[in-house]
Write a protein that binds this ligand. Structure first.
Ligand SMILES: Nc1ncnc2c1ncn2[C@@H]1O[C@H](COP(=O)(O)OP(=O)(O)OP(=O)(O)O)[C@@H](O)[C@H]1O
Ligand SMILES: Cc1ncc(COP(=O)(O)O)c(N)n1
Length: 517
């Protein structure tokens, strides 16, 4: 974490329990997340938004209040900052007793509060620190005294992630505000270089229909120096508290995943859904709050989305069973050259598929799902090497990448770059599902025929009766069903499209030996 490198040696005191836990690389399914921020009694921003956002991402939320505001969706009427010593006591009371997996810092109000937070951070050194440098409310009212701006700048190197909007970014650098996205990214780079922290540059205040966000770093914690996540602007006035909600969600998800990119890829679609569903809340006449728990209102019952996918796959499954390759494999009359081509392409495909599943693991919202995809990715590589060791070692076949294999893997890689975990899960599903269906049908036919030992493909057909693979398939289907139920209409439509394209590739994959062997 960045604070390790910027803290002066004398502050490197005995690490707290929290720091020890972070150093050990502990990832928590239910992270304990502390928000240090101001109170918004109307519930849309500040501490109240943070606690909802932390809970929405499965964290255990805690709150130390820096300031009380008198505000609603239309504006801020007054601000009261209690003594900073009292805040310091609250912070100590929490860290004396509780291991803190992540901290989100929001409204700080004045320089005394900043000093109290600073000395607590230096003492406790939590594993994840997200700093949202709140200066003003959406309404324009100030939430940080101008005289405290220098103190806020001094706090930045203690953060792992800083999440300024365009105005805050400019203030922190003492530069004019950027209005074009490339200029904002340049400023993000300068802030990252000056602080050693990763910077989340937010496009919420850009003009136009796009609403991108980007992670910028200099410390090599991202896959690239700048990772941009594009996004469409959702036409709503209800943006009160988006910055608060985003930063506390990032703190929570980061404490679980330990990967800023994966965290943003999880949080950004959630935030878009929360903005999209904000109208349902009907709170206030000004800039209303977002719907933090929109994703907990599945519009489909359990199993329904899987049923929809099953219906979508029907024609492709029928097409597979009608293919010469499948019929002659079942009958034992398949040309050996075609079978060898199929095996070689399968090995190449599995290698690409494994990489895509590893990406699903990186994007998974829970550790359980992360583990499932990681195990599946590993199993692909094991099956690939088994293909080489036993099935391909006795055959002479050109190990070249066939056109269908290439297109199929390219399609999966595109889905993995879509930014949507749900779409990726839908895209990888047919390789589990259709393969399992084909396998169990062929295996059943083989058994019905008395499992003839002289069948030239008897050994291969027997591999189809794998209960572990059937269990993994059920798991992948349940994950897709869950992602579909929780997703928006648009996301479900994108899932169905990605799923159907993969089904089509499954058909083509089984037909490829006839055309290309
Ligand atoms: N209309 C919108 N449609 C989609 N995403 C949006 C919209 N407005 C803001 N966002 C997203 O909300 C997050 C907060 O961005 P913004 O630049 O508005 O920060 P902020 O000003 O700190 O937030 P706040 O509006 O709460 O003060 C970003 O992820 C941004 O992309
Ligand atoms: C206590 C508090 N903290 C932060 C904000 C900023 O949120 P927004 O810019 O969305 O109004 C706020 N309005 N109130």
């Amino acid at each position: 974490m960045s604070s390790t490198s910027v803290l002066p040696p004398e502050t490197e005191a005995a690490p707290s329990r929290a720091a020890a836990s972070a150093k050990a690389g502990t990832r928590r399914d239910v992270p304990r997340v502390l928000s240090i921020a101001g109170s918004d009694p109307s519930g849309g921003a500040g501490i109240q938004a943070d606690l909802k956002s932390i809970a929405a991402h499965g964290g255990y939320g805690m709150a130390a209040i820096t300031a009380l505001t008198v505000q609603n969706t239309q504006g801020v009427r007054a601000v009261h900052v209690p003594p900073a010593t009292f805040l310091a006591q609250q912070l100590d009371a929490i860290s004396d007793d509780i291991t803190i997996d992540a901290v989100k810092i929001g409204m700080l109000g004045d320089a005394e509060v900043i000093a109290a937070v600073r000395s607590w951070l230096e003492k406790v050194r939590p594993g994840v620190v997200v700093l949202d440098p709140v200066m003003a409310a959406t309404s324009g009212d100030r939430l940080l005294k101008e005289s405290a701006e220098a103190a806020l700048r001094g706090l930045l190197p203690l953060a792992d992630l800083i999440t300024p909007n365009l105005a805050e970014l400019a203030m922190l650098l003492d530069e004019p505000q950027a209005h074009a996205w490339p200029d904002a990214l340049e400023q993000g780079r300068r802030l990252a270089a000056a602080t050693g922290a990763t910077v989340l540059v937010k496009g919420g205040h850009l003009d136009g229909g796009a609403c991108p966000d980007a992670l910028v770093n200099t410390a090599g914690v991202l896959s690239q120096e700048v990772v941009v996540l594009p996004g469409d602007r959702i036409p709503t006035r209800n943006s009160h508290g988006t910055g608060c909600s985003l930063s506390s969600a990032m703190a929570t998800v980061q404490a679980r995943l330990g990967d800023w990119e994966a965290s943003l890829r999880t949080v950004k679609p959630w935030l878009a859904g929360a903005l999209q569903a904000s109208d349902q809340l009907e709170v206030g006449a000004g800039n209303g709050p977002i719907h933090h728990f929109h994703h907990l209102q599945p519009s489909l019952p359990a199993g329904k989305f899987a049923e929809i996918l099953r219906a979508e796959a029907g024609p492709d499954l029928a097409a597979i069973f009608g293919l010469d390759f499948i019929r002659s494999l079942a009958a034992g009359s398949l040309d050996e050259k075609q079978f060898a081509y199929y095996l070689a392409q399968d090995a190449i495909y599995l290698n690409g598929y494994s990489r895509v599943l590893a990406r699903a693991s990186a994007m998974a919202p829970t550790e359980t799902e992360q583990l499932f995809w990681a195990r599946s990715a590993q199993q692909c590589l094991e099956v690939e090497s088994e293909l080489h060791r036993s099935w391909l070692s006795t055959r002479t076949v050109e190990p070249c990448l066939g056109p269908v294999t290439k297109s199929y893997v390219d399609h999966l890689l595109a889905a993995s770059a879509s930014g949507s975990y749900a779409v990726l899960v839908a895209a990888v599903l047919p390789c589990f599902w259709l393969y399992a269906e084909v396998g169990s049908t062929l295996h059943g036919e083989f058994l019905t025929a008395g499992a003839p030992a002289d069948h030239p493909y008897a050994a291969w057909l027997r591999t189809y009766a794998d209960e572990d693979f059937a269990a993994a398939t059920r798991r992948a289907m349940a994950t897709a069903d869950e992602a579909g139920r929780r997703g928006s209409e648009n996301e479900r439509a994108a899932m169905v499209l990605a799923f159907r394209q993969s089904c089509r590739f499954e058909v083509d994959f089984f037909d490829a030996p006839r055309l290309h062997a």
